[in-house]
Design a protein around this ligand. Structure first.
Ligand code: PEP
Ligand code: MG
Length: 559
């Protein structure tokens, strides 16, 4: 029995078999092939096999009623036998290259052409790259790229997952995620929580886990145990039996003190499930997630349609739309410069408006159009990565110009927390993005597993900045401060944030139930006392331990 430890990022305990994420397919070397006829046959066989495999998966998706997946798979299947791709690859083969190199280069050329054409066709460039990688994997006898297929549920082990991989996760098959890389605020962690899949990241030694290994995963403690014994099986059974009450749609403490519990979403498809979870509204709509990987700016009509679909799920409720947070780990090719040496400190978030205010204006216009179609929704907009009061003022003005009366800012940069009073004089509300606030306060890349212990929102320095923000917002006329970073989804930390004066918490819908249950176990005076302990603690670990002792509900609820 070997135990590996990392950072628990999505609660839950499971036991299952490991399936490893295949390593990315890299460009084949330019070797000479002596027998072009044989290479042509190999290529034909591999393309046919990839086509047949994708067609079969499209049929499976259709049977399961997943229409969107079916149509994507069908389009990709056709691309595998696309005559243009085959002709271009055939030419490389005739010139003496291997089938692997030929299809790779042909894929490059076609993807470049599609990108050049822009619009819908540019979107297809990624599909060509995917198909080409699948054909190369087949030629080499390697596993195809992407999440492994399996008829039985498994625990996915990977170095780290790209947002595109996690978006394709099927919780019916992937029952747990273990990564050796990634940090607690990474998008892998965020999406694992959104899919309610227990997960641990930055797990040291997890590289040693192989296909077929049976492991126990505790996504709260961040523990992975290979060859689990009776104790682990008992803990899984215990967690399955512990019942956390359903959320009744009104967040509050035991003494009735209200705490709005809202959901974070990334795309319109997330809105309905968030509404059904009882979320009181949307506290963070990450609009860039609707358009990730897009080479061209979505049209105002397309944007308005996406926003309207979200608003329609929340009649009479609050929806906070965050303007495009492009850059760093979420590049949007039409808005960000991919050659920046240090993108986390680069032109990201609101900073992109310096050179491209037109993009922001069009987005605000689209939000306003969607808002007029749903007049009963309390639509608010907020800007990411605000560092100064001038930026906050400029954003508020753009919102007024777009006829959007309620504007706010995210507090993600320490400078903004320290100057919260003047920043909040310019806008109506603030929402603390603890993921980036932790990254910038601790100078620790949120995606880097080696820095996971610094990348921890329990760090007392981060909590002090939250307290400073609340104080500044109070001095600016009692403006409300929420938290929409992942800290809000940690039930113990949620108590601390409320104790610091935060009035709303926004998180993945899967976390609302547990956060609500723990909040209902304490009074505001307890929360304040625990918050003071956490801010004064010598370390993140000491703060977490002290608060845990003060919250017996965590054990009762199996959290
Ligand atoms: C944050 O930084 O805490 C946040 C909510 O924004 P994102 O995770 O999308 O950067
Ligand atoms: Mg952020």
């Amino acid at each position: 029995m070997t135990t590996y430890s990392g950072v628990g990022v999505s609660a839950g305990r499971v036991i299952g078999h490991i399936r490893r994420m295949p390593t990315a397919i890299v460009e084949p070397s330019a070797e000479h092939a002596d027998d072009p006829a044989r290479e042509l046959d190999r290529l034909q066989d591999a393309s046919d096999a990839v086509h047949a495999d994708l067609q079969r998966r499209a049929l499976d998706a259709a049977d399961a009623g997943h229409d969107e997946a079916r149509s994507i798979l069908e389009v990709t299947a056709h691309m595998a036998i696309d005559p243009q791709l085959a002709k271009a690859a055939g030419q490389f083969i005739t010139d003496g290259t291997t089938a692997e190199y030929a299809i790779w280069k042909a894929g490059d050329d076609i993807a470049a052409k599609l990108t050049g054409l822009g619009g819908y066709l540019a979107e297809r460039a990624g599909d060509v790259a995917d198909v080409r990688a699948r054909i190369v994997a087949r030629l080499r006898g390697d596993q195809p790229p992407g999440i492994p297929e399996s008829d039985t549920p498994f625990i996915l082990a990977a170095d780290d997952l790209a947002p595109a991989d996690t978006a394709a996760l099927d919780p019916e098959h992937v029952i747990g995620i273990v990564t050796s890389g990634g940090g607690p605020q990474s998008h892998t962690a965020i999406l694992a929580r959104a899919h309610e899949i227990p997960a641990a990241v930055a797990v040291r030694g997890a590289d040693a886990l192989a296909d077929g290994d049976v492991v126990y995963l505790d996504g709260t403690a961040g523990i992975v145990t290979a060859d689990p014994g009776p104790g682990e099986y008992a803990r899984v059974a215990e967690a399955a039996a512990a019942s956390i009450p359903e959320f009744d749609g009104a967040g509050r403490l035991a003494d009735g003190h209200p705490v709005e519990l809202l959901a974070n979403i990334g795309t319109p498809d997330d809105a309905e499930p968030a509404a059904s979870s009882g979320a009181e509204g949307i506290g963070l709509f990450r609009t860039e997630f609707c358009f990730l990987g897009r080479e061209t700016e979505p049209t105002p009509e397309e944007q308005a349609e996406a926003y309207r679909r979200v608003f329609e799920s929340f009649p009479g409720r609050k929806v906070v739309v965050r303007t495009l947070d492009a850059g760093a780990d979420k590049p949007l090719p039409f808005l960000t410069d991919r050659t920046e040496p240090n993108p986390a400190l680069g032109v990201r978030g609101f900073r992109t408006a310096d050179a491209r205010a037109d993009v922001l204006r069009r987005q605000l216009g689209a939000v306003a159009a969607a808002r007029s179609a749903c007049p009963d929704v309390d639509v608010r907009v907020m800007a990411p990565m605000i560092a100064t009061a001038e930026e906050a003022g400029a954003f508020a003005e753009l919102c007024r110009d777009a006829d959007l009366p309620t504007s706010g800012v995210m507090i993600e940069v320490p400078a903004a927390a320290l100057k919260a009073e003047s920043i909040l004089r310019a806008v109506d509300f603030a929402s603390v993005g603890t993921n980036d606030l932790t990254q910038y306060t601790m100078a620790a890349d949120r995606e880097l597993s080696a820095l996971a212990s610094l990348s921890d929102p329990w760090q007392p320095a981060v909590l002090r900045l939250v307290a400073d923000t609340v104080e500044g917002a109070g001095a600016a006329g009692g403006k409300p401060v929420g938290v929409c970073g992942e800290a809000a989804a940690d039930p113990a930390l949620a108590v601390v944030l409320v104790g610091l004066g935060v009035s709303s918490l926004s998180m993945s819908r899967a976390s609302i139930r547990a956060v609500s249950a723990v909040l209902r176990s304490i009074d505001l005076s307890d929360a304040r006392r625990l918050a003071a302990d956490a801010v004064e603690a010598e370390s993140a670990a000491a703060g977490r331990a002290a608060v845990r002792v003060g919250l017996p509900a965590l054990d009762t609820l199996g959290l």
